[in-house]
Design a protein around this ligand. Structure first.
Ligand SMILES: [Zn+2]
Length: 246
């Protein structure tokens, strides 16, 4: 997923993101092409810290960073400090979305989902009274694609799955293996950990990424092996590490 980094300067009247649990989808509401800077300056002129969205997906399929993810958004009252706001360039009350733009949004949402425990994806108008993101915005299509590729990737989700396994919802042996698919090993490790009473040491991906950077998990391939054996999501942790070291 290529995000085009911007050098937008934000005013100090912003607040930190609390906990990302949703993704809110918007449109710019105008058919005319606008750069991310134009929207940034427009939102600043309204007295905001800067562009209200975290990402801006243009018609040509390019995706720009707006607000940093650790800054609460200004795109949808009520969920600004608990969701990532994505704006699609265009007026989807009147026009239809090109495939390249739609694919870019799908990739972006998948990428966000791989990094947070996302509980909902909604169009702006499903949250507050507005026409945004427009009748022609492929909202259901995007939600369906995302739902069909949904794999719980955070430590939390593995923990939740493990609890369900313990509650008997995934059966035993082969049945359990089949139902959990590629997550089987990770979940089963977590189950063993919980049942052996060691689960209180569960760490977040964030903590683990810091430990990796401090060298506590060694180098690959040993690092990967150790993290997987401990029941952690190696890919998600390594991704965080790479982000932090950028
Ligand atoms: Zn909106």
């Amino acid at each position: 997923m290529e995000i085009i980094e911007t050098n937008l300067q934000f005013n100090s009247n912003n607040s930190p993101m609390k906990k990302v649990e949703g993704i809110a989808l918007h449109h710019s509401g105008v058919s005319v092409l606008q750069s991310v800077e134009v929207i940034h300056n427009y939102h600043k002129s309204k007295g905001w810290a800067g562009i209200g969205y975290h990402y801006y997906a243009r018609k040509d399929g390019s995706v720009y960073r707006g607000r940093p993810e650790n800054m609460a958004g200004a795109h949808c009252p009520g969920v600004n400090s608990t969701s990532i706001g994505i704006c699609a360039e265009g007026n989807f009350s009147e026009e239809t979305m090109s495939d390249v733009q739609k694919q870019a949004i799908i990739e972006l949402v998948k990428d966000i989902k791989s990094r947070y425990d996302i509980k909902w994806i909604k169009g702006h108008r499903e949250i507050t009274s507005t026409s945004c993101p427009g009748d022609n915005f492929p909202l259901e299509e995007i939600k369906n694609v995302i739902a069909s590729v949904e794999t719980p990737q955070t430590t939390n989700s593995i923990e939740e799955l493990a609890q369900k396994v313990i509650a008997g919802e995934y059966g035993n042996g082969e049945e359990r293996k089949q139902k959990l698919g590629s997550l089987y090993n990770e979940v089963q490790n977590k189950v063993n950990e919980i049942l052996s009473g060691k689960s209180s040491t569960t760490k977040s991906n964030e903590e683990l990424a810091n430990e990796v950077i401090e060298g506590k998990w060694g180098n690959n391939p040993e690092r990967k092996q150790k993290l997987l054996e401990a029941g952690y999501n190696y890919d998600a942790i390594q991704k965080l590490v790479n982000q932090k070291l950028k």
